[in-house]
Design a protein around this ligand. Structure first.
Ligand code: C2O
Ligand code: CU
Length: 472
């Protein structure tokens, strides 16, 4: 990394470039953690719940006393949380009151192609579109965000992201912490300009990011649910924390300080694990989700516990704080068996495909390539049969969080060894480290059509590290 000939330290564990904020930053752990509002259906019938979201610009107080212009679902960042039931159809009508085109993708959704937010399937300013989600999928923490071709990075950075939680009977029966003790945490880093606006280093010639930041945009403020280094008051009981890394490019290694309470992982991208897994820290790449149950029972009232990021430095080493206010009744539990997961074994796979995530070696194309090619929305890069198991082998040059649309996959191996500690369960995004190779097994179960796989570093995605596959 260099800036005007000065060598800068490359941030550890990242592919990306820092953008410094130009406003005074607040002291951490002052702002209460906001919880995004839950969207209510505007209408409901026997099989379907209907929602309406207006995408519009609004001013939001993110840093205390500073106004930031956001592009928001219903004018808020994060957008409203959708909570929908497995087996019930949801139709979400998005109206675009923003100055530019948008596309909405439900990340982790098992979604028909015409509602999947293909990057050229745009809602023009003043337009609207119905997105239909049959929700034939198990409970999981999904999220929705913009997916406009070449502009996903800047549009998500300016606020177009929200939670979409799918619930089901299996999960309800477990007795996990619920209600106010089930907390969605959208983690994203941002930087701010002098005037309080989000400081996205946009290119002046069309597409997403300027040349100096094509490795990925890293901010110096960590926001959780849109608030800088917030604090949440908790009782000395168990909480379910639904972590989402909604950052453009930043990876996190998260742990509690003091580390006296284990992080018990119960779910990943695609919902419940078979059994809980204890971690001392969890690694989260852009796009990934990890659900934890954390028990604050060991801490006397008044204790402060900080969620820290050991891949960060300065402000990005802190994420948020929990303050234990008092004792509480707790009849939640973590069952030793959470769910059953059918293993997709490599022996049943009909073929192995390799997908290479590398920078353009020639400089002919300025960005990031998938299998040596820049994304072309008109080109189909692979044909896949519904119902067949395939092994997909992802290889990388730098850090690339690889995301596949339509159906989740299972990690089979990493660098020839078994799956890593954060690879368990159904995944839709997998973290690739430099020069790494990861094998996953995938099976697309229904919906014929055109879908995407891409790097979820949003600058890499905008710089064309994306491919289209067709299911039939
Ligand atoms: Cu979360 Cu294709 O993206
Ligand atoms: Cu990438």
């Amino acid at each position: 990394a260099s800036l005007g000939g000065l060598a800068l330290a490359v941030p550890r564990g990242q592919t990306g470039e820092m953008v410094p904020s130009r406003v005074p930053l607040p002291r951490p752990f002052r702002v209460p953690l906001p919880i995004p509002a839950v969207a209510r259906p505007v209408r409901t019938d026997a099989a379907t719940d209907y929602y309406e979201i207006v995408q519009r610009a609004a001013d939001q107080e993110i840093l205390p006393g500073v106004r930031t212009r956001v592009l928001g679902y219903d004018g808020t960042f994060p957008g409203p949380t959708l909570v929908t039931r497995s087996g019930r159809r949801a139709v979400v009508t998005h109206r675009n009151d923003l100055p530019g085109p948008v596309a909405v993708h439900l990340h982790g959704g098992h979604t028909p192609a015409d509602s999947d937010g293909y990057p050229t399937d745009l809602i023009q300013p003043g337009g609207r579109r119905d997105y239909t989600y049959p929700t034939r999928q198990r409970a999981a923490t999904l999220w929705y965000h913009d997916h406009r071709m070449d502009f996903t990075g800047p549009q998500v950075y300016r606020g177009l992201a929200g939670f979409h939680l799918v619930t089901d009977d299996e999960q309800d029966a477990l007795g996990l912490p619920s209600g106010e003790r089930d907390v969605p945490l959208m983690i994203s880093d941002r930087s701010f300009d002098e005037d309080g606006s989000f400081s996205y280093p946009a290119s002046h010639h069309g597409a997403g990011v300027d040349d100096a930041h094509m490795e990925g945009v890293l901010g110096d403020v960590v926001l959780v649910n849109g608030a800088p280094w917030p604090v949440l008051e908790v009782a000395a009981v168990r909480y379910r924390l639904r972590l989402l890394n909604a950052s453009n490019a930043r990876r996190y290694r998260l742990g509690m300080d003091p580390a006296r309470t284990p992080l018990v992982q119960i779910a990943s991208d695609g919902g419940l694990l078979e059994k809980p897994i204890e971690h001392s820290t969890v690694l989260l790449a852009p796009g990934e989700r990890c659900e934890l149950v954390v028990d604050f029972a060991a801490f006397p009232p008044g204790t402060e516990i900080t969620l820290r990021n050991s891949l960060g430095s300065g402000g990005t080493a802190d994420v948020m704080r929990f303050r234990v206010t008092g004792r509480g009744r707790d009849n939640s539990r973590i069952p030793p068996q959470l769910s059953r997961i059918e293993p997709l074994s490599a022996e049943r796979a009909v073929r192995t495909r390799t997908w290479t995530f590398r920078r353009s070696p020639t400089g002919e194309h300025p960005g990031w390539l998938l299998d040596g090619r820049a994304f072309d929305p008109e080109r189909i890069d692979a044909d896949v049969r519904l119902g067949e198991i395939e092994v997909w082998r992802f290889t990388s040059d730098l850090y690339h969080p690889v995301h596949v649309h339509l159906d989740p996959f299972q990690v089979l191996s990493r660098r020839g060894d078994g799956p890593g500690p954060h690879d368990q369960g159904w995944k839709d995004t997998v973290d690739l480290a430099p020069s790494e190779s990861v094998d996953v097994a995938v099976r697309f179960t229904d919906y014929p059509g055109r879908y995407l796989l891409h790097c979820h570093n949003l600058e890499h995605e905008d710089m064309a590290m994306m491919a289209a596959f067709r299911t039939t």
